[in-house]
Design a protein around this ligand. Sequence first.
Ligand code: TXA
Ligand code: MG
Length: 322
Amino acid sequence: MTDLSTIVAAAEPDGIQRAATLLRQGRLVAFPTETVYGLGADATNDKAVAAIYGAKGRPDFNPLIVHFTDLDAAAEAVVFDDRAKRVAAAFWPGALTLVLPRTKTCAISLLTSAGLDTLAVRVPSQPVAQSLFRATARPIAAPSANRSFSVSPTTARHVTQDLSGRIDMILDGGPCAVGLESTVIDLSTPRPTLLRPGGIPAEDIEAVTGPLAAAGEGAPRSPGMLSRHYAPNRPVRLNAAAPRDGEAFLAFGPNSGNATMNLSESGNLNEAAAAFFAMLRALDSDEFEGIAVAPIPEKGLGRAINDRLRRAATPETSSETP
Ligand code: TXA
Ligand code: MG
């Protein structure tokens, strides 16, 4: 994805409409929020969400924040208990992200949650972001709009420097008012936990929640914890040329006549990444005694898929995950 001609448009009504149309088509649009620029995609579209990881060059499926116009919209995707409602009422719209359990009917791509049963949700206050979400009428998955290992962008120009040629459009809404990513707190556990300090001071949040448990920088419940949160019940056998008796066969690429499912018949790793969690989940069924998985190329998103596969294939007892 390095050959797109990226449209840069002012965040005027025309540009916002055009951006909304692209988002509804599954394309990638960078947009301003009050914290940093986000790299947005339709959060209900697996392929669009997979494309975010490709454009960022993100080495793994670190879970993404999903953005909504308001709490009611967010409540279709995650469960708000009384505590979460209080916190949302105090800080939304604003620079706070809440990690909450997915609802049973949650329509958000599993890739957005990176296999976790929680989802990070946020309602930004930035008027351009709000107009864009209303025009799109979809939940918007958006990490910061930078290449992996680069700092978060706070102007459209930063986004251009990092992502021009890799995404469809950049909406220029001027510099971000906060300039720091949102504060991320985990409210899916009995004790509220600070996962990432950010645009809203922890003390302000503690005034509502009581003391926040500390977690190191980063997201302790993201990829490193994945095998604990989502390992198939059935044994997973890697680099399989064909299934054995009783096994499901998760294939990749053409000429896989004996496939139970195929991650991508054309051998496209972005497509495979989009399908991966849903297929693994579907194959983890009583119909099968195990899941055999074809070799996946160790490049691009294939590396992330292989990392998850290795975790899935590691017996829980020998896992070194803390
Ligand atoms: O201000 C922001 O939060 C910006 C704007 C665009 O909203 N977004 C942003 O996204 O910074 P990103 O992907 O760069 O950072 C998201 C953080 C990561 O540390 C990720 O691990 C964590 O949120 N996260 C997302 N979903 C999570 C989940 N279900 N559980 C734990 N951590 C999660
Ligand atoms: Mg980031």
